[in-house]
Design a protein around this ligand. Structure first.
Ligand SMILES: Nc1nc2c(c(=O)[nH]1)N(C=O)[C@@H](CNc1ccc(C(=O)N[C@@H](CCC(=O)O)C(=O)O)cc1)CN2
Ligand SMILES: Nc1ncnc2c1ncn2[C@@H]1O[C@H](COP(=O)(O)OP(=O)(O)OP(=O)(O)O)[C@@H](O)[C@H]1O
Length: 189
């Protein structure tokens, strides 16, 4: 399947899930996430979920419990260059929606986490395939960001839906996932 077709299908599919269903899937994904063989980590780059995305709050709480010194960063986007920065955030950091509806940490006194310091990236996606390739919103935010991260960074996708067989129009920039967790299964690539 081509990325553009997958984007359309999964954008529509996402809208059909009820809040109750999503909450249940978030719980199942958390339970699976807790069994991933990820080593101790110091810096996490995650995302603040929009309504139809897998919520990462409980996963962040769990990782924080594992390492109280964990630093957690969230994306702040530049829509002129389609790049993003990892902004360190705490429980007290206010989040505001940008003009495209994505919650972002407020930038006052913001600490930018160097891409090279990040140990694990939790990535939102519209759909993924059986080889770990993903389809996002098509602006290349994540592909560009991941290009600057360490070779050994662990990339974990979260998805309510199972993978498609193959994204046909992969590009040279596409960075595959190491893991993808769904309510039904954990995929390792
Ligand atoms: N929760 C969450 N945060 C995230 C992402 C995500 O997928 N989920 N991102 C994952 O990338 C980045 C934001 N990506 C986005 C990409 C496109 C649009 C969007 O609505 N674009 C408009 C046109 C924008 C323009 O051209 O200036 C559109 O496509 O209609 C919004 C966010 C970073 N933060
Ligand atoms: N490292 C990079 N350097 C320059 N351009 C890039 C890079 N990575 C991706 N791009 C460009 O970004 C655009 C979007 O790529 P693609 O269709 O794969 O989006 P996507 O994977 O759905 O998006 P995202 O990474 O935001 O989730 C493409 O035009 C691609 O050429």
């Amino acid at each position: 399947m081509k990325k553009s077709e997958a984007r359309k299908i999964f954008t529509e599919k996402r809208k059909t899930a009820t809040e109750q269903q999503r909450n249940k899937w978030d719980d199942l994904i958390l339970i699976r996430f807790q069994t991933l063989p990820i080593p101790d980590l110091n810096v996490l780059f995650t995302y603040a979920a929009m309504e139809t995305e897998v919520n990462t709050d409980a996963i962040v709480d769990y990782l924080h419990f594992r390492n109280p010194a964990l630093q957690v960063a969230y994306p702040v986007c530049d829509f002129d260059t389609y790049t993003m920065q990892a902004i360190a955030s705490t429980i007290d950091t206010p989040f505001i929606k940008n003009r495209y509806g994505t919650p972002e940490p407020r930038m006052d006194n913001a600490e930018v986490m160097p891409s090279q310091s990040i140990d694990v990236v939790i990535i939102p996606l519209l759909c993924f395939d059986k080889d770990g390739y993903r389809v996002g919103y098509g602006k290349g935010f994540y592909d560009k960001f991941l290009a600057d991260t360490r070779e050994d960074v662990i990339k974990i996708g979260l998805s309510y839906y199972e993978p498609i067989d193959k994204i046909e129009d992969r590009s040279e920039f596409d960075v595959p996932l190491n893991y993808c967790v769904t309510p039904e299964r954990t995929y390792e690539f």
